[in-house]
Design a protein around this ligand. Structure first.
Ligand code: B1M
Length: 212
């Protein structure tokens, strides 16, 4: 039987090969992709963060665990992404300038794709102008911003300001998320929505895509 505890520990220990193999095993046994993510992968990364905070882990361990998390997500990703559907909307997504954390953003992007959105993923450490350019060239209706550092949260505000200055703010709904981000912060910077996790981000994007 699939052992989610061992998968959790493989990510925690930064064992990418084992993490990918255990995920394959769990999928082959019929476990739901989202259950694997929520019951093993996300808690493992939370524990990595806790260990980093109390100086049991340092940046090299963070990197190894991040690599293992990405390897584990690899076989899950295609299953989250639906195929052959008419897109319900187009989303430009990225982690804001100064911030290299992309695991959560990748998860949000994969679930949005799975939810029928066409996703233009700009990656991590994305300057505000790149969001503006992508909105202008793609005609996307939603911009999704991710930030994991308190020091990069202001980049969300400057991205919204850049969209405003470029005259495209009224054409898009801006949604924000990431561990330090809150509804209150979203309101403060004039975002159109906030979601706590990837599944809530899909529901939010759907809601904001409905004609008013
Ligand atoms: Co860093 N890191 N990190 N890190 N890292 C955190 C975020 C931290 C909380 C760790 C800690 O101290 N406990 C801390 C931030 C403290 C703060 O600012 N409050 C921190 C720090 C300090 C740093 C460095 C400064 C460390 C250093 O160099 N001294 C440095 C900064 C580099 C930079 O970005 N400029 C750094 C570097 C790194 C690595 C590169 C080593 C690596 C990232 C690798 C990568 O992403 N490719 C890393 C990692 C792995 C983490 C932790 C351990 C895990 C993050 C993660 O992937 N979580 C993290 C601690 C933690 O979060 N517990 C930590 C799993 C992921 C699925 O969850 O990203 O939260 P998350 O995404 C969720 C939701 O937040 C939400 O949905 C996702 C899925 O449900 N969501 C959205 C995310 N984006 C959304 C967008 C939306 C909606 C929802 O749009 C609408």
């Amino acid at each position: 039987m699939a052992d989610l505890r061992t998968l959790h520990d493989a990510i925690l220990e930064g064992n990418a090969k084992q993490a990918a193999a255990l995920t394959q095993e769990a999928l082959a046994e019929g476990l739901a992709p989202l259950d694997i993510i929520q019951q093993a992968m996300v808690p493992a990364m939370d524990e990595v963060g806790r260990r980093f905070e109390c100086e049991e882990y340092f940046v090299p361990e963070l990197l190894l665990s991040a690599r293992a998390m990405k390897a584990a997500l690899e076989p899950v990703r295609p299953l989250l992404v639906a195929s052959g559907m008419q897109p319900v909307g187009r989303v430009v997504i990225g982690t804001v300038k100064g911030d290299l954390h992309d695991i959560g953003k990748n998860l949000v992007a994969a679930l949005l794709e799975g939810g029928g959105f066409e996703v233009i993923d700009l990656g991590a450490d994305v300057p505000a102008q790149k969001f503006v350019d992508a909105v202008q060239s793609s005609g996307a209706g939603i911009v999704a911003l991710s930030a994991l550092l308190t020091v990069t949260m202001p980049s969300m505000k400057s991205t919204i300001e850049a969209l405003d200055h470029a005259g495209v703010r009224s054409r898009v709904k801006v949604i924000v998320g990431g561990a330090p981000v809150t509804q209150q912060f979203a309101d403060q910077i004039g975002a159109d929505g906030y979601s706590e996790n990837a599944t809530a981000a899909v529901a939010l994007a759907r809601r904001l895509s409905q004609p008013a």
